[in-house]
Design a protein around this ligand. Structure first.
Ligand code: PLP
Length: 479
């Protein structure tokens, strides 16, 4: 047993500087077939000074838009400021250097964070227990619907469908279909809320449950939630809350108190975590007491003073994610909640709701507000008036980039034509919101005086207007 010999390449001296390892003496060719070996060539890196390097990365960092640069009012997605301490915690050796296969005894600190986060989420939602495994809201939804299925199967209920309002996020019907149920659409009424008569007309014994986003994607609170819950529970259906975005509710209203049986929360929205560009995320699922046996296995429990990984759940739907889920995101959410402290959590939601209402009242002077009610954490405008001047919501979104703001969510929810869905979040100041209103007013003026500017936007970004249709049909994701 002597050292590994690496003898290829022009920088052979590297081999002598390798530490002596206790592995069998074998040449590289014996270990790795020649065709898989990389020819060792000196890497051509530019020789630059420190200031040049710093400028390079600084300039690179502002070529794209991000929350650290300016407002990112992406409705439903909650692009709030990410406190830097979250990344500091996630980068500590206890997180960054933990190995998923280390033993339970060696993982007590990691399991403690896991356990405490579950407790915080139970406190925030009123649910009995959570699983932190799902790696996204959509995976949380699937987990929730699988729990519904198991519940009904055990009771011998014959259930075939799940009701979903027409304002719902597209992942809802997708999750329902993946779990083997039919998705049945419920209409919204003229006030943008669930149409109770339509709900009643679609309710029968085969309804497994209702998936509801509350506040809904128009940013409106379902006032008749208790009546809805009674109707669904009346046919032994389960109430599922799409709580992806809980920014209006934290510390103010608990899903369990509204009558929900299952809820998911997107930690990467409500509890910060940089998630622009598609990841990473975490969509934990919480359930009421009677559904706890069905949660994914393992659970992280506390016995005496020890944290244990508990696989002993015979009725569990099984495992959803390898190891402990997206652990770095869990640590960020845990840090975010601990830094604020339980008593201050409601301040998040109060500020988010005030900011959204302030923006809504100022912007409705310029853009149509189809559902003119006080909003929660977000609201949806329609660029329908601007469309008569030949300018679409998409053009407005592109023009905003020229003024240094990220675009709002567009064309969603589907029930609003030319939708612009705006969520300022709690982390913006009055000055920023006023700047945004000024820009939106200016864009409205441009539409009436010089609509062509809008069609050519954006012009100040490194990449201009792309052919979206071509990009959708011929997706090329490499140089
Ligand atoms: C973001 C979102 C989802 C999906 O969450 P992902 O983490 O993107 O899978 C579901 N429902 C609502 C209302 C959302 O805003």
């Amino acid at each position: 047993m002597t050292k590994l010999i690496i003898e290829r390449g022009s920088r052979g001296q590297m081999a002598t500087s390798l530490p002596k390892c206790d592995v069998p003496e074998k040449s590289l060719d014996e270990l790795i077939p020649g065709q898989y070996q990389r020819a060792w060539d000196a890497i051509r890196l530019p020789e630059v000074s420190e200031p040049e390097l710093v400028r390079h990365y600084t300039n690179l960092s502002v070529k794209n838009h991000h929350v650290d640069k300016d407002l990112y009012p992406l409705g439903s997605c909650t692009m709030k400021y990410n406190p830097k301490i979250n990344d500091w915690t996630a980068g500590q050796p206890i997180t960054a250097e933990a190995h998923p296969l280390q033993t339970q005894e060696m993982s007590q600190a990691q399991l403690q964070i896991h356990f405490e986060l579950e407790q915080f989420l139970c406190g925030i939602t009123g649910m009995q227990r959570f699983t932190l495994q799902p790696a996204a809201g959509s995976q949380g939804e699937l987990t929730g619907v699988l729990i519904m299925r198991k519940y009904h199967a055990q009771k011998g209920n014959r259930k075939t469908k799940i009701l979903i309002p027409d304002a719902a996020h597209g992942t809802n019907p997708a999750s329902v279909a993946m779990a083997g149920y039919a998705a049945v659409e419920i209409k919204s009424n003229s006030r943008g809320l669930v149409d109770i008569d339509d709900l009643k007309s679609k309710l029968d014994d085969e309804v497994a449950g209702l998936m509801l986003t509350n506040p809904n994607t128009l940013g409106l609170f379902e006032e008749r939630i208790q009546e809805i819950v009674e109707l669904i529970h009346g046919v032994d259906g389960l109430m599922y809350m799409d709580g992806a975005n809980m920014n209006a509710l934290i510390g103010i209203v608990r899903p369990a108190d509204m009558g929900f049986d299952i809820t998911h929360i997107n930690l990467h929205k409500t509890f910060s975590t940089p998630h622009g560009g598609g990841g990473p995320g975490a969509g934990p699922i919480g359930v009421v007491e009677r559904l706890v046996p069905f949660l994914p296995t393992p659970t992280i429990d506390k016995m005496d003073d020890k944290y244990v990984i508990n696989h002993d759940h015979p009725d569990s739907i099984g495992r959803l994610h390898a190891f402990y889920g997206n652990y770095g995101v869990l640590v960020r959410a845990w840090t975010y909640i601990r830094m604020l402290g339980g008593n201050n959590l409601p301040d998040i939601s109060k500020a988010a709701v005030i900011n959204a209402n302030y923006l809504m009242y100022r912007l409705k002077q310029y853009y149509h507000l189809p559902y003119d009610l006080p909003c929660m954490h977000e609201f949806v405008l329609s660029a329908i008036q601007q469309k008569s001047a030949g300018v679409k919501a998409l053009d407005i979104a592109k023009r905003l980039l020229d003024y240094g703001f990220h675009a709002p969510t567009m064309y969603f929810p589907l029930i609003v034509k030319e939708a612009l869905m705006i969520e300022p979040t709690e982390s913006e100041t009055r000055e920023t919101l006023d700047r945004f209103v000024e820009v939106m007013a200016k864009i409205d003026e441009e539409i009436r005086t010089n609509p062509d500017i809008l069609h050519q936007a954006p012009q100040t970004t490194p990449v201009g207007r792309v052919d979206e249709t071509l990009a959708n049909r011929q997706l090329t994701v490499r140089w």
